[in-house]
Ligand binder design. Structure first.
Ligand code: HSE
Length: 432
């Protein structure tokens, strides 16, 4: 057992985030003890390869590659996990909880896929799980939902929650850099996932939205249930046309509560230039929340990286230390309503932008107009853009009034089948 007032901490992972967590615990030991009301004693670190050279010098004997030395040590009160990935980490956390240890984790994948069952298990074992760092790096998001906004019915969450895609889209839009070059920059800067398709195809954003929607709406939302489109199809010309229309193109994560159902989706969107999400630059994240009492709240900050993420992890640890000392626990703040269902994507209502390559001859606009009319989609604007005299084609840009996603998708398919239409290279929903 740990001596009274001391919290013995076992750390899993000593990479970009782990080394910042360890550094803070070692270098700011006294200050953190004052804030926690007792010492936070880093007593073991689990890594894959103990021989790996590391920038951070940790006291000898702390590092091990044997999970049992950390998970089976009864003196360790808290497991802090910053290794990432699903297995074996999920099993490690389950073992920790079953042996009565509290958990602080930065693991979005584990919390998105297994959060509700781990929270339930923690409840049975009378321990806490803190996961502020799992979404949005250092931005105080989970605690905002958990405490400051808990009087509200959360009505809407609109977020830029993946730094890599925001960086790539920004470089393409503003500097004309091509997709692969911009992605290579994001990888070099270190905020892209090990497999960057997790970012580009929108998976990473679905994990984060699953966590936010589950907590915000009190519904169990699995990442696989979230409608998802990535950014790979966006072309340079779309940024130009979008700007001419007054929009920026962003990968957005949207959650809404509508008549007892929840709508969740991740896709590129045209965001009005005046909306705060349109101003979010580089690898920054931003989450726009609407609650019935509070109105609109915007949280912005660095959503990735060692130091911002360590800020959330160590903050959780201090919170946990204080609640253990006072004999109170936080997990009861999360509850999930099994009655809440998800809105099927076909029923989701949005405006949309289409870019359509057509034969430049009479009757084309009438044919396109007929498709939209038959699908009950009302056109908001239609502009003929570039023309290619050599092959007799032109490009039309159409924006629509709100319509169901089913009708918009059917319009896109039917237009693609018209003799006068060569292709429909872009269909991007408009964020409002
Ligand atoms: N790959 C993620 C991003 C890192 O780009 O936002 C933080 O989860």
């Amino acid at each position: 057992m740990a001596p009274p007032g001391v919290l013995n901490v076992g750390l899993i992972g000593l990479g970009t985030v782990g080394s910042q967590v360890a550094a803070r615990l070692i270098e700011r030991r006294d200050a953190l003890a004052r804030r926690s009301g007792g010492e936070l004693n880093l007593c073991r670190i689990l890594v894959r390869d103990p021989a790996k050279p590391r920038a951070l010098e940790v006291p000898p004997g702390l590092i091990t590659a044997d999970p049992d030395l950390l998970l089976d040590d009864p003196a360790i009160n808290v497991v802090v996990e910053v290794a990432g990935g699903d297995e074996p980490v999920r099993t490690f956390l389950e073992r920790a909880i079953k042996s009565g240890k509290h958990v602080v984790t930065a693991n979005k994948l584990v919390m998105a896929r297994h959060g509700p069952s781990l929270l339930e298990l923690a409840g049975e074992m009378n321990v806490d799980i803190h996961f502020e760092a799992a979404v949005g790096g250092g931005i105080p998001l989970i605690s905002t939902f958990r405490t400051d906004l808990q009087a509200n019915d959360i009505e809407r969450i609109g977020a830029i929650i993946n730094g890599t895609t925001n960086y790539v889209l920004g470089r393409m839009a503003t500097d004309g850099i091509d997709f692969q070059a911009a992605l290579a920059e994001a990888q070099a800067a270190g905020f892209a996932e090990a497999d960057p398709t997790d970012d580009i195809d929108g998976h990473d954003a679905t994990y984060k939205l699953a966590i936010m929607a589950s907590i915000g709406f009190g519904a169990r939302v699995a990442p696989e249930e979230i409608y998802r489109e990535g950014i790979a199809g966006i072309q340079q010309v779309d940024f130009r046309y979008a700007r001419e229309l007054g929009y920026e193109i962003k990968l957005v994560a949207i959650g809404s509560r509508l008549d007892g159902r929840v709508e969740v989706r991740v896709h590129p969107a045209l965001v009005p230039g005046g909306h705060p999400l349109a101003q979010v630059q580089g690898a920054y994240n931003a989450v726009f929340i609407e609650g019935d009492l509070v109105g609109q709240v915007l949280l912005v900050g660095e959503g990735a990286g060692g130091r911002p993420t360590a800020s959330a992890v160590v903050g959780d640890l201090i919170d946990l230390a204080r609640s253990i000392r006072r004999g109170v626990q936080l997990r009861s703040a999360f509850s999930f309503d099994p009655e809440v269902t998800l809105v099927p994507m076909d029923d989701v209502i949005s405006r949309a932008y289409f870019r359509i390559r057509v034969a430049d001859r009479p009757g084309v606009i009438a044919a396109i107009g007929t498709v939209f009319a038959e699908e009950q989609v009302s056109i908001s604007s239609l502009i003929q853009k570039d023309q290619w005299v050599a092959d007799g084609t032109a490009e039309l840009v159409v924006t629509t009034h709100p319509a169901s996603n089913g009708a918009l998708e059917r319009s896109r398919l039917r237009m693609g089948d018209l003799d006068t239409v060569r292709s429909v290279p872009a269909f991007i929903r408009i964020f409002e």
